[in-house]
Design a protein around this ligand. Structure first.
Ligand code: MF3
Ligand code: CO
Length: 259
């Protein structure tokens, strides 16, 4: 059983979701050829702390930074580093906040300068697959309905769905039950109840879906070294709809990204 959240808890998750969304946009403004991913980490950490919150990734299971910055064939959990972003790269930024005991957690894959048409398609489809999943996050549905929606949409474009990682519940802990896979069957999995708060986060590959864990024990990379994208939002399950607690609207308005 997964307990639904009270409206008081949902309000604190909403505050975290908004702050996380704004932090992602701040990072997005800084993404450019010539910038290092460690500089992006600094932007995020400064913004989060300036707003009275804490970067919840830092120290999580020993994670060493405020953000994950996963470039090109890195799917998720890339450490910020002295890598200098190049025109045509993509960089997935995943970050979160802790404020008043609750968590935020969202991700967006940014193009660095101009990217090729196939890469832009990967970004578009992955973001769209997230919204397809969100549409299914309604009371009475099951996690398999979300996974099926993400999978069927992404695979219809010939892209791969990473299976080794999944979305999750969120609350006082960043990762709570239920797990929210990005693949599956309609009508299977955990039943969704009004007030459940979940993060949906498709990780989609341009080529084969298989991934491996890098030697540092964190970074996840595609076996074929083709690019991968990752988008994540937090929602609360409602009757007949899913309410977003985080949003890409700041990225769209302030960074001007509208693919
Ligand atoms: N944000 C990731 C997720 O979406 C988790 C990051 S793990 C951390 O579930 F260690 F970096 F925090
Ligand atoms: Co997450």
């Amino acid at each position: 059983m997964v307990a639904p959240k009270t409206e008081e808890a949902i309000e604190l998750l909403r505050i975290n979701g908004q702050l996380t969304s704004r932090a992602l946009a701040e990072v997005g403004k800084a993404v450019a050829p010539g910038v290092t991913t460690m500089q992006l980490n600094k932007v995020a950490e400064t913004f989060i702390r300036d707003n009275g919150a804490v970067p919840n990734f830092l120290g999580y299971d020993g994670y060493p930074a405020a953000i994950c910055a996963s470039v090109n064939d890195y799917v998720v959990h890339g450490f910020p580093s002295d890598y200098v972003l190049q025109e045509g790269d993509i960089v997935s930024i995943d970050l979160g906040t802790k404020y008043k005991g609750y968590n935020g957690d969202s991700a967006f894959t940014f193009p660095v300068g101009e990217v090729d048409a196939e890469t832009l398609q990967l970004l578009k489809v992955t973001k769209e697959s997230l919204y397809k999943g969100i549409e299914k996050a309604v009371a009475g549905a099951r996690t398999g309905d979300i996974g099926h929606a993400v999978q069927s949409y992404s695979e219809s474009f010939g892209f791969g769905v990473v299976r080794e990682l999944e979305g999750h519940g969120i609350g006082r802990d960043m990762h709570e039950n239920p797990g929210v896979p990005n693949y599956g069957h309609q009508g299977r999995g955990t039943r969704l109840v009004e007030g459940m708060t979940i993060c949906i986060e498709p990780m989609i590959t341009a080529g084969d879906r298989h991934v491996y864990l890098a030697k540092n024990g964190w970074a996840v990379r595609t076996v074929d070294h083709k690019k991968a994208a990752h988008f994540e939002l937090t929602v609360v399950v409602r009757k007949g709809y899913a309410e977003q607690l985080s949003t890409f609207e700041f990225i769209e308005k302030e960074v001007g990204i509208n693919f």
